[in-house]
Design a protein around this ligand. Structure first.
Ligand code: PFF
Length: 442
C-alpha cells in the first residue's frame, strides 16, 4: 500500500505536463541529463531519508521533526522542515489544481470529438481560446478542487490507492499508444535526439536549478509529503527497494511522455519551447488523428486527471496530518479550509494566463511564475537540503541504519553515506550558489 500511495503521489502532472514543457524550454539534451543525474544522485537518496524520518517519527512532518530533533538533542528549529512543507503544500496545490482543471476540461473536449483531424494550428487555437476564458478556467479549477476536498475530507484515500493498481498500468498502455503514434509520425528520431543529444550550450544556471527543483517536485520530495506517507509505512518494508522502485517508475513515465510529445512536436512543426501548454497542443493532435482516438484521448485525460488527484491528496497531507494531530480537527473541516485557501490562491494562477498576464508581481514573474518559482526553485530544494543534513549529520547513525537496512554490504553503505552526507547537500548548495551568482553578476 505504501508503494502504491507513493507512486500515486510521485506520478502526476509533474511527469506528464511539467517535465516535457520545461525540457522544451531548456532546449532538451543537456537538461534531461542533468535532470537524470539530479534524480539519481540527489532525489532518490533524499527520498530515502525523508521516508525513514517519517517512519521513525510516525507523526505529522512537523511533530516528527520536533520529536526527532529532541531525540537527537538538536534544535527544535528543525521543525522548520515541516512548517515549510505544510506552507509549500498550499502554494503548490493552488496552481496544481488549475492545471489539473485543464486536463479535466480536455476530457470533455476529447470526448466531444473536438480534435478529430486537428492539426497543430487548430490544437493551438483551441488551447489559446481556453486560456483566454477565465470563467471556464475557474470552473474547472473549482471542480478539481472540489474532487480533492471530497476525497481528502471523506478519507476515501485508501480506496483510491487500491485503484492505482489498475490506473497506473492503463496509463502505461496509453503512453505506449502515444509512443507508437509518435514512432510512426516521422518526428520520433528528431524528438529523441532533442531529448538526448549533448547540447551543453543551451544549458543555463537557471536551467540547472530547474532540473534540480523538478527532480524534487516529480518525486514529491522536500516538503514532507513523502515523510507523511512514510509514517504509515510498516516497519518491515524495505525503504531502499521501495524508493528505488518509485524513482524508476516515475522517471520512466516522464521519459515516455517526453518522447511521445517531442515526436508529435517535430512531426507537426510545433515549437518545443511552447511553454505550459505543450501537453495540451501536442497530445490532442495525436489522438485526433488515430483510429479510436476519441476513446483513447478521453481515457488519456481521465488518467492524467486521476494521476493529478492522487498527487493532490499527498500535497495536502502534511498540513492535514498536523491539523488533525495538533487540534484534533475533523478531516472534513481541515479539507474544506485547505481547499478554500488553495482555491483562492489558485485564482492568481488562473488570471496569470489572461487578465493578469501583464501583472508582474516580482521582476518579470506573473502569479503563476512566482508560485512555481518559490515552490520548485526555493522551498523544495531547501527542504531537501535540510532533510539530507538532518538525516546525515544530526540524527543518530544507529536510527538511520536500523531504518534503512541497506542491502549489498559495505560498498552500498559507502555509496549512501557519500550521497546523503556530501553529494546531496553540496549539490543543492552549489546549484543555489551558482544561480545566485548568475543573478547578481550576470
Ligand atoms: N510529484 C507530483 C507530480 O509529479 O505531479 C507533484 C507533487 C506531489 C509535488 C506532492 C510535491 C508533493 F509534495
Amino acid at each position: 500500500m505504501f508503494v502504491l500511495a507513493a507512486v500515486g503521489s510521485a506520478v502526476g502532472l509533474g511527469n506528464i505536463w511539467r517535465f516535457p514543457y520545461i525540457t522544451g524550454e531548456n532546449g532538451g539534451g543537456a537538461f534531461v541529463v542533468v535532470y537524470l543525474v539530479c534524480i539519481a544522485a540527489v532525489g532518490i537518496p533524499v527520498m530515502m531519508a525523508e521516508v525513514l524520518l517519517g517512519r521513525q517519527g510516525r507523526q505529522s512532518p512537523i511533530n516528527t521533526m520536533r520529536s526527532l530533533a529532541r531525540r537527537s538533542k538538536a534544535s527544535q528549529g528543525w521543525s522548520l522542515i515541516g512548517w515549510m512543507g505544510a506552507l509549500g503544500g498550499f502554494l503548490i496545490l493552488s496552481y496544481y489544481s488549475v492545471v489539473a482543471g485543464w486536463a479535466l476540461y480536455y476530457v470533455y473536449l476529447m470526448a466531444g470529438g473536438t480534435f478529430v483531424g486537428a492539426d497543430g494550428a487548430a490544437a493551438g487555437a483551441a488551447f489559446d481560446a481556453f486560456l483566454a476564458n477565465p470563467g471556464l478556467l475557474v470552473g474547472f479549477h473549482t471542480l478539481f478542487m472540489a474532487i480533492t476536498i471530497f476525497i481528502v475530507g471523506a478519507g476515501v484515500v485508501s480506496g483510491l490507492e487500491r485503484a492505482i493498481r489498475w490506473f497506473m498500468p492503463l496509463l502505461f498502455v496509453l503512453l505506449g499508444v502515444l509512443l507508437l503514434y509518435g514512432a510512426t509520425s516521422g518526428g520520433f528520431a528528431e524528438g529523441f535526439s532533442f531529448m538526448f543529444s549533448w547540447n551543453w550550450e543551451q544549458l543555463t544556471a537557471e536551467g540547472v536549478l530547474e532540473a534540480l527543483g523538478h527532480a524534487f517536485f516529480t518525486l514529491s520530495v522536500g516538503m514532507g509529503a513523502i515523510m507523511a506517507y512514510g509514517s504509515y509505512m510498516p516497519s518491515n518494508t524495505s525503504i531502499p527497494s521501495a524508493v528505488l522502485m518509485i524513482g524508476v517508475l516515475d522517471t520512466v513515465v516522464a521519459i515516455a511522455a517526453g518522447l511521445a510529445i517531442f515526436a508529435i512536436v517535430f512531426a507537426n512543426g510545433l515549437e518545443p519551447g511552447e511553454g505550459p501548454g505543450l501537453l495540451f497542443v501536442t497530445v490532442p493532435i495525436a489522438f485526433g488523428n488515430m483510429a479510436l482516438g476519441v476513446l483513447f484521448g478521453t481515457l488519456f485525460f481521465v488518467l492524467v486527471t486521476f494521476a493529478a488527484v492522487t498527487s493532490a491528496i499527498s500535497i495536502v497531507e502534511p498540513a492535514m496530518a498536523f491539523a488533525v494531530e495538533r487540534f484534533n480537527a475533523k478531516r472534513w473541516h481541515v479539507a474544506f479550509l485547505l481547499g478554500i485557501v488553495c482555491w483562492i490562491l489558485g485564482l492568481g494562477t488562473v488570471f496569470s494566463f489572461n487578465a493578469w498576464a501583464d501583472l508582474h508581481i516580482v521582476g518579470e514573474m506573473t502569479f503563476f511564475d512566482f508560485f512555481d518559482f518559490v515552490t520548485q526553485k526555493v522551498m523544495l530544494p531547501l527542504g531537501g537540503l535540510l532533510i539530507a543534513v538532518f538525516t546525515a549529520w544530526v540524527l543518530p547513525k544507529k536510527i538511520v541504519q536500523a531504518q534503512l537496512k541497506l542491502p549489498g554490504g559495505r560498498p552500498v553503505e559507502v555509496l549512501w553515506e557519500v550521497l546523503i552526507r556530501v553529494v546531496a547537500p553540496l549539490g543543492v548548495l552549489a546549484v543555489f550558489g551558482y544561480t545566485l551568482y548568475h543573478f547578481f553578476f550576470g
